[in-house]
Design a protein around this ligand. Structure first.
Ligand SMILES: O=P(O)(O)OC[C@H]1O[C@H](OP(=O)(O)OP(=O)(O)O)[C@H](O)[C@@H]1O
Ligand code: HPA
Ligand SMILES: [Mg+2]
Length: 159
């Protein structure tokens, strides 16, 4: 599937992400998880922040790739885990079409699956998420951006 389906951008700053993680953690803190399974690479960042909030030290990964920037390809699973997820918290940054989530759910059917952001197609596949984002929106994460100089409007208009 190609990038043409994305008509808008939803930009998330480091600050916003950190606040969102903390808000999601308020809903998780009463539970007692054996550990976290992070879905690489996007899940690693929220997983580290969640681990800090919930005081979890045991962190494993499922290593999987589906997108080349905005273009979706086949699923490439490079590493799984040797349990069914019972008692574990499974973390990804977002669920979009749900293709990644479906594959990981099959590997870890008993895990409690959370994402920070969820689009409607993938939403039913996770147990919890913080913010819903429209299907046609590309979520722009802070680790994919940089700080850049922006020319004053008056100078831009002179050109
Ligand atoms: O619901 P889907 O349509 O499957 O899309 C969601 C997945 O796509 C992205 O990962 P990606 O494969 O781009 O790899 P990355 O985490 O290394 O960026 C994102 O981190 C999710 O894991
Ligand atoms: O909206 C998105 N943003 C970043 N990565 C993604 N991978 C699938 N969808 C997205
Ligand atoms: Mg990912």
């Amino acid at each position: 599937m190609s990038s043409e389906r994305y008509h808008q951008h939803f930009t998330i700053s480091w600050d916003q992400l950190h606040r969102d993680v903390r808000q999601l953690c308020h809903q998780l803190v009463e539970r007692d998880f054996k550990g976290i399974v992070a879905i690489t690479r996007g899940g690693l960042i929220p997983a580290a922040l969640i681990a800090r909030e919930l005081n979890i030290r045991l962190i494993d990964t499922v290593c999987i790739k589906s997108y080349d920037h905005m273009d979706q390809g086949g699923l490439d699973i490079m590493k799984g885990v040797d349990h069914d997820g019972d008692g574990w918290l499974l973390v990804d940054d977002l669920v979009d079409t749900g293709k990644t989530a479906r594959a990981v759910r099959e590997m870890l059917p008993k895990a409690h699956f959370v994402t920070m952001y969820a689009k409607p197609e993938g939403r039913p596949l996770v147990d919890q998420y913080l913010t819903e984002v429209a299907q046609q929106c590309w979520i722009q994460f802070p680790w994919d951006m940089g700080i850049a100089y922006v020319e004053p409007l008056a100078d831009q208009l002179k050109k």
